[in-house]
Design a protein around this ligand. Structure first.
Ligand code: KG4
Ligand code: ZN
Length: 348
């Protein structure tokens, strides 16, 4: 079963073709970062216009790369939410139009469920039947949560951030240090050779997750907003010059505070929730020190570690098409073409 997936939840326009929910036949991503750089952040109107402009060519490229003809496409999928309303609308409308033209089923996908599923993508990933249930740490620029994934689209949300996402904390820290955007990789590079224990930054564990978050396990939540404030005060009292050892020490210590918090919460969740594997997805899953730390946690528990491949960590359509394929194969009904986008689509 070949599914063509479309992802336009934010500022990446992406199209992919995935066979049988796991073999990625093509995966094309157009990053709009340069178009938004001048504004210092993603401008929804600019993002939506760019999606409209580049999507048709990207769909054609994904089909060409996959070496398929339209008759080979068995279904179409697109992100339905959460995300920017105007961006989501473009991808979902395109998927509906394709589904009508091809007389194929359409599946509206939850962006975060697709990120979770991304750990099962690619030739090295184990079959879902062996890997699930998995404890998945989903860490991106907009989201940080701990989820027990039982099957495609079936999961329990165990914890989440009560304020900033982990990637946001890294991006804001990098900005305070005068590094570029996105801050995560810049900070990782700046931290290389630094001493992660040089500065004792606060660990972002949320002791009292706000009631309005409606989480069942407040002690498995995260809080990162105090971290950037701590860095701000640290830099005021101890200014550092870029390129010096002291700069690398601060960068490494800041990164360590994020990594240590994430790994500790994963470890804590493993005490209570039996799983077959530990996994990590989302943009921050590209981080080397985080990958190493999670490997240590998994080893200490005798569990395999599933890390999303770097190309499937950041926003992509392979994860959208893969999840749609797995859902349809599992007997899920296609989504009605009357469905609308939902910028706040909840995970649970
Ligand atoms: O998943 P993603 O592409 O976008 C969202 O949906 O949010 O994640 C982007 C985030 C940014 O905060 C970026 O700084 C972070 O992922 N990131 C990293 C690394 N590469 C990307 N953070 C730490 N280390 C990296 N190597
Ligand atoms: Zn994402």
């Amino acid at each position: 079963m070949n599914i063509l997936g479309i992802e336009t939840s934010c500022d990446e326009t992406a199209v992919a073709v995935v066979r049988d929910g796991r073999d990625v036949l093509s995966n094309v991503v157009y990053s709009q970062i340069a178009r938004h750089a001048a504004y210092g952040g993603v401008v929804p109107e600019v993002a939506a216009r760019a999606h409209v402009e580049v999507l048709p060519d990207l769909v054609q490229k994904a089909m060409d790369d996959a070496g398929l003809s339209w008759a080979d496409v068995d279904g179409v999928a697109a992100t339905r939410g959460p995300g920017l309303a105007t961006s989501l609308a473009i991808g979902l409308a395109a998927a509906k139009a394709l589904a009508l033209r091809l007389e194929a089923p359409m599946v509206g996908i939850h962006h975060l469920e697709a990120h979770l599923y991304s750990v099962l993508l690619g030739p090295d990933a184990p079959p879902a039947i062996e890997a699930l249930p998995a404890l998945v740490l989903l860490v991106s620029g907009g989201h940080t949560c701990l989820v027990r994934m039982e099957g495609p689209g079936r999961h329990e949300l165990l914890g989440q951030t009560v304020d900033d996402a982990a990637g946001e904390a890294l991006d804001k820290g990098a900005k305070l240090l005068g590094l570029g955007y996105p801050g995560g990789p810049e900070l990782e590079a700046a931290a290389r050779g630094g001493d992660p224990s040089a500065v004792d930054f606060p660990r972002g564990v949320a002791r009292n997750a706000r009631r309005d978050l409606n989480v069942r396990h407040p002690d498995l939540c995260f809080s990162f907003s105090g971290l950037k404030t701590a860095l701000l005060y640290r830099l005021r009292s101890h200014p550092v010059q870029r390129g010096t050892g002291a700069f690398a020490d601060v960068a490494a210590s800041y990164q360590e505070a994020v990594v240590d918090t994430l790994a500790r919460q994963v470890d804590r969740a493993l005490d209570r929730f039996p799983v077959r594997s530990v996994a990590c997805a989302g943009g921050v899953a590209r981080n080397g020190p985080l990958r190493e730390r999670l490997a240590a946690v998994a080893t200490s528990r005798g569990l395999p570690l599933l890390l999303a491949r770097p190309e499937y960590c950041t926003d992509n359509a392979a994860m959208i098409a893969a999840l749609a394929g797995a859902l349809l194969a599992g007997g899920a009904s296609p989504t009605s073409l009357d469905v609308d986008i939902d910028p706040n689509l909840p995970l649970a």
